[in-house]
Design a protein around this ligand. Structure first.
Ligand SMILES: Nc1nc2c(ncn2[C@@H]2O[C@H](COP(=O)(O)OP(=O)(O)OP(=O)(O)O)[C@@H](O)[C@H]2O)c(=O)[nH]1
Ligand SMILES: [Mg+2]
Length: 261
């Protein structure tokens, strides 16, 4: 049950830790441009044979010049990525293919996200996905809020690449747990035998399931376990516990429904 949540949390952490791939993809724009140029040249040459030769050649060379100069400018850092969306349709937008079909390089924008201090707004955007994962896995809303507050304190204002995201998430969750008791120690040092653990709580909160988990845990730690069906009120409560006892191969003490447990 917790395995899948753990997996999802891991995925979230690694997703937000990753450096953008685009940085590698755009690393050798000259070669890329050259390849495109070669392709275009052959394509254009073919076209030239068929129709209006001179016009076409001029056009293709113009295109090549434009591309080359764009990439070389970019490499030298002369081209600033568009920071704000603009209403002018003639300006190519980042992450959008322009009319000629190549993508506006986004390297500078993405890499600066990882080195720029994380803003509160960006944090909330990133946390939204984690919030959904936690809520979908039955984590109480108050707990999600507490994790958010704790993570916000440790992440906002720091560049994301300098932060150990999994460590921060782990300590945010740990800070919510109030010294969970070490059951094995408690049971071993107890003088009264047998050691009784009573489970009480509101309907459907997971008592019976937790009893089964605990019995399994204690058995694995070489402690003799016995279940007692004390819920003699709710329909099928005794059978439910019996099922768990049978699966775990632990003895069960039971009485009739309606009797005094
Ligand atoms: N997601 C999730 N579901 C759980 C967990 N523990 C129990 N459940 C589910 O919650 C439902 C109720 O679990 P029970 O263990 O029967 O709860 P209970 O407190 O014994 O219920 P009553 O005896 O009716 O009061 C079952 O469908 C369980 O599978 C948990 O940790 N996570
Ligand atoms: Mg129950």
């Amino acid at each position: 049950m917790f395995g899948s949540l753990k997996e999802k949390l891991k995925n979230w952490v690694s997703k937000n830790k990753e450096e953008p791939e685009e940085e590698i993809i755009e690393e050798n724009p000259k070669k890329k441009a050259a390849k495109k140029t070669a392709k275009k040249k052959t394509a254009k040459k073919k076209a030239v044979k068929k129709e209006k030769p001179e016009e076409k050649i001029e056009k293709s060379e113009e295109e090549v010049k434009e591309k080359k100069s764009f990439f070389s400018k970019f490499k030298k850092g002369k081209v600033e990525p568009v920071k704000q969306p603009t209403t002018d349709n003639s300006m190519p937008q980042p992450n959008q293919q322009n009319k000629r079909g190549y993508q506006q390089p986004t390297t500078e924008k993405k890499s600066s996200f990882f080195s720029r201090p994380l803003t509160e707004e960006k944090f909330e955007e990133l946390f939204q996905e984690l919030q959904i994962i936690l809520l979908q896995n039955n984590v109480a809303y108050e707990t999600v809020e507490a994790i958010e507050t704790s993570l916000k304190e440790s992440l906002v204002g720091k560049p994301i690449k300098e932060v150990n995201l999994s460590k921060e998430l782990k300590s945010a969750i740990e800070s919510l747990l109030i010294n969970p008791p070490n059951f094995l120690e408690e049971i071993k040092k107890s003088e009264s035998k047998p050691f009784v653990i009573l489970f009480s709580g509101i309907n459907g909160s997971g008592k019976t399931t937790t009893i089964a988990k605990m019995a399994n845990y204690l058995q694995k730690n070489k402690l003799t376990t016995c279940l007692a069906a004390a819920d003699t009120f709710r329909a099928a409560a005794i059978q439910q516990l019996e099922e768990h006892a049978n699966k775990l191969k632990v003895p069960i003490v039971k009485k009739d429904y309606g009797s005094d447990p």
